[in-house]
Design a protein around this ligand. Structure first.
Ligand code: TYM
Length: 339
């Protein structure tokens, strides 16, 4: 030894997942993916498709399968480096379901019943309020805690689930010693909550039956322009940010997230101009923002062999890490290992 001590600085862990319940929207992109891509260079990142979560809503097997492949190809097209970061499919890593069950037993019924997403979805899918829909947030907590994630980049709508994951982690750490890193949400300033283009007081959602309400990440430039032109606004004709103007404020937030301009700068740019000019500029900014992603996606979606081999690599690497946490948890709880 020459006395050189190699200092390996451990990078902080970032994890986030997306459900394959439809083609992701501009909301998913600006609220989540854009931040994922930014974090991918500096952190130890894991990104994935939450396909186990998506069966809380009934889907045709063929449709589910093609959506999982599509969402995985989308993840591969975001400019993340699959060699550096782990990109995986949740159902291909069995530890998620295993830890999910355990966490169910450390979560109170009342805590899960308070989740606003559960309340909303129970109304929306009243014919199928299954137990999975109820325990959805404990599986999400398992996703995060399995990898000892420090940060979870999500949109505003997932904040309450994140808080529950933190509560469960703290509770189990108090019972058994340090089992889990307590994760912090990472919510970007711009695009944290992109609203529907037709009902701007509701979040933009990929499962909205009105396709004019959202921009899909795979919409063509023509369609993007049309949808933004038909976005609901108001009759005042002046571009400024105000709670009283949810339609224009939403378009400003989209424009700001795509261009990096502040609200004041946007107000100045469109001072004296009408909504027609503003909408055309927003559409142009969105089209430009999605262009590199779209080119990459069109290339990758036709390469099934690359998609499947990346899935395999991702699952193997994720499982190796997930197993470490699950083994530790099971041992601390008192399960018996024959090894
Ligand atoms: P999902 O599939 O609904 O959305 C994926 C990500 O996109 C964000 N998002 C939005 N951001 C801004 N404006 C919007 N209109 C908008 N719509 C969606 C979401 O906040 C999310 O970050 N339960 C999660 C998936 C999940 C997960 C996890 C996330 C499962 N396990 C572990 C983080 C960590 C969900 O349904 O996201």
């Amino acid at each position: 030894m020459d006395g050189n001590i190699q200092v390996t600085e451990k990078k902080q862990v970032v994890l986030s997942l997306v459900q394959p319940t439809g083609t992701p929207t501009l909301g998913n992109y600006l609220g989540a993916f854009k931040n994922w891509a930014k974090m991918a260079e500096d952190y130890d990142c894991l990104f994935g498709a939450a396909d186990l979560h998506s069966i809380t809503v009934r889907t045709e097997p063929k449709v589910l399968k093609s959506r999982i492949i599509e969402i995985y190809a989308i993840l591969l097209s975001l400019g993340l480096n699959p060699e550096k970061n782990i990109i995986f499919v949740q159902s291909q890593v069995p530890q998620h379901s295993q830890l999910g069950w355990i966490l169910n037993c450390y979560t109170q019924f009342g805590e899960a019943a308070r989740m606003t997403q559960f309340k909303d979805k129970s109304k929306k899918y009243a014919e199928n309020v299954n137990v999975g829909l109820f325990s959805y947030p404990t599986l999400m907590a398992a996703d995060i805690l399995l990898y000892q994630a420090d940060f979870v980049p999500v949109g505003e709508d997932q904040k309450q689930h994140l808080e529950l994951a933190r509560d469960i982690a703290t509770r189990m750490n108090n019972l058994y010693g340090n089992l889990f890193t307590v994760p912090a949400p990472f919510i970007g300033k711009a695009g944290a909550k992109v609203m529907s283009l037709q009902e701007p007081t509701k979040k933009m959602s990929k499962t909205d039956p009105n396709t004019k309400s959202f921009i899909s990440m795979l919409d063509t430039p023509d369609v993007i322009l049309k949808k933004i032109k038909s976005a609901v606004t108001d009759s005042e004709g002046k571009v400024y940010y105000s709670e009283e103007k949810p339609g224009i404020s939403n378009l400003m937030s989209i424009y700001s997230a795509c261009t990096g301009l502040s609200y004041e700068e946007i107000e100045k740019e469109f001072d004296g101009k009408g909504y027609g000019d503003f909408k055309a500029a927003v559409a142009e900014a969105v089209i430009e923002e999605l262009r590199p992603f779209r080119a990459e996606f069109d290339r990758i979606i036709n390469d099934k062999a690359y998609i499947l081999s990346s899935m395999e690599k991702g699952a193997e690497r994720a499982e190796k890490r997930a197993r470490r946490t699950l083994d530790k948890v099971m041992k601390k709880i008192g399960f018996v290992s024959y090894r």
